[in-house]
Write a protein of this length. Sequence first.
Length: 610
Amino acid sequence: MSRLELQTPNHAQLVVEGLYKDLERRIESSPPGLCPVDISRAFLELCHAQSCGKCVPCRVGLGQLKNLLTDVLDGKADIRTLTAIRETAQSIMESADCAIGYEAANMVYKGAVGFKEDYLEHIMYHRCLSTLNQPVPCVFRCPARVDIPGYIALVREGRYEDAIRLIRKDNPFPTTCGFICEHPCEDLCRRNMIDDAVNIRGLKRMASDAAGYVAPPECAPSTGRQVAVVGGGPSGLSAAYYLQLMGHQVTVYEMLPELGGMLRYGIPNYRLPKERLDQDIQAILDTGVKVEFGKDIGKDISLAELKEQYDAVLISIGASTDKKMGLEGEDADGVISAVQFLRNVALGQEERLDGQEVAVIGGGNVSMDAVRTAVRLGAKKVSILYRRRVADMTALPDEIQGAEAEGVEIRTLMAPSRVEKNEEGKVEGIWVTPQMISVIRNGRPSVRPSGEEDVLIPCQTLIVAIGQDIEYQHFEESGVPVQRGRISVEKFGGFEEMPGVFAGGDCASGPSTVISAVAAGKVIAANIDEYLGYHHEIRSDVEIPEPILEDKQPCGRVNMTEREAGERICDFEGVENCMTTAEACQEASRCLRCDHFGYGIFKGGRDIKW
C-alpha cells in the first residue's frame, strides 16, 4: 500500500487566509461616500481572481466586464458602454458554469441598474457623485448624528459631565441609550480594521454612570410660541426638549401615568432601570416642558382643539398596539400580546407565572424581553417559537445569548398554525407546523412546510410578539392622511392639507429603534422651528480634546460583563455591569479619532445645523 501524507496548509496559505480575514474586516468597516462604480470594479477583480478558469464566461467575460468598468472610470466610455455592461453581465449570468461567475456578473448587473445615475455621471460629465469629504463613519451611521469621537475623547480625560453635555446636543437620552441603544455606529467603526470596534455604547453608559445628573443648558429667550406634543415617548420627548431649548413653550400630552412610552412600558427594568430613565426625563422637564397626564387624544381632547390652542402640533404616538396572528383559537384566555404583557408588568398588574409553561411567538427584541420577563415571574418552562432560524432573528445577539443563559428554550423553524384551548376557553397549547429553509428572497431565506406533522407545544400562557401597530383612528377621522396603518407625512414631517400639524417617530416610520425615534424627534423639532419662522441652532460649547499623537497598537475590546444568570433571574434589577474607570480609559484610547485623522468633517466646527 502506498504511503499517504496528511495535507496541512503551508505558510503561504495561512498568510493568504489571514489576508482574507483582514479584507473581510475592511469591507465591513467601509466608510460611506465611496464611489459605487469603483467599488464594483474592485469586487469584480477579487471575484475574477478566484475563478478556476475552466469556463470562458468566467475566465474571459469577467475580464471584459472589468475593462468596461475601467473605461467608465477613466472617462473613455459612452452611453453604449452602459448597455454593453448590462448585456455582458447578463450573458455571463446565463452561461457561467459555477456560482463565482454568476454572482460576480450579477453584482455588476445589479449595480448598473441600482446606481445607474453614478454610471451616467462618469460617462456623460466625467465626474463622480461620491464626495471626497467623507463623513466620520460612526457619526454617519448614528441616526441622531451624535459626535461620537468627541465624547469618547472626553471620557478618556475623565470629563464625564462634558461628555453628557456633548451627547445631549444631539440626543437627550444619553443614560437610556447607554443601556439599550442598538449601537449601529459600531458597525462602521474603523477600528474594525485593526481588531474590533470600539465599545461606543459601553463608554456612553460609563459616562452617564460617572456623571450622574447633569442639568440641561439654558433655554433661548422665549418666542411666545406654544407647541403641543402628543405622546411622551422618546420621539415626542426629544422634540419637546429641543423646541423648549429654542424658546418655544412645549406641552406634552401623555395618555399613561408616566412619561417614557415604550422605554418605560415596553423595556423591562432589568435592561433599563427606570430610575435611570427618570434621570434623562427629569433633565428634559427641567428645561420647562409642561406635561398633561391621562389625556387620550380623541376622548379627552381632540386634534382640532389642539390646533386652535397651539401654534404647532406634533403627533408622536409611537407604535404601541399589538398585531394579531389571525389564527384559529387566538381569542383563548391566556393569549396576550407582548406589548400588553410588558406594559402590565411595568404597571405592576401582571400576576406571577409560577409553575406555568409559557410560549412566546416571535424573534425580535420584544420577544426576548417577554421571555426573559416570564422567567423572572417564575414560569416553569419558557419557550420561543420562531418560524425561521436563530441566524434570521432580528433580536440583538446579546439578547438571544442572554435568554439562552437564563434557561429559555429556542425552538426554530416552527410556524404557528392554531391555538389549542379547553372547554372553558383557556389556552392549553399552540400547534406549530415544522418548516424547512428555502429560497432566498430579498436577501433573506424564506421558509416552507417541511411535510412533517404539526406539533403541539403545551403552554398555559401564550405571548404574541410579531409586531406593533399604531392607534391612528382619531387622527384619520380628523383628516390626517394614513396609509397602510401609518401616518403619511410629507418630506419635512408636515401635511400640506393641515399646516402646523406634524408627525414623526414610529407612528410615521413604523416600529424602529430608540435612537431612530430620538433622531426623528430632533429633526421634526428643527422643522417646526423653521415653520414658526425661526432658525435656532443648538450648541454644546464643550471644548473637545485634541487627539493624542501616539501609535495605535492592537488591543482587545472591553465588553460589558453581566450578573450571574442564576442570580439575575430572581429579580428585575439591572443585568449589565458598568465599565471601571481603567477599562473606560483603555477603551476610549482605542478610538482612532477619525474626526481629525482622514475625515475631519467637524473641523469647521462641531455645532452644526441638523
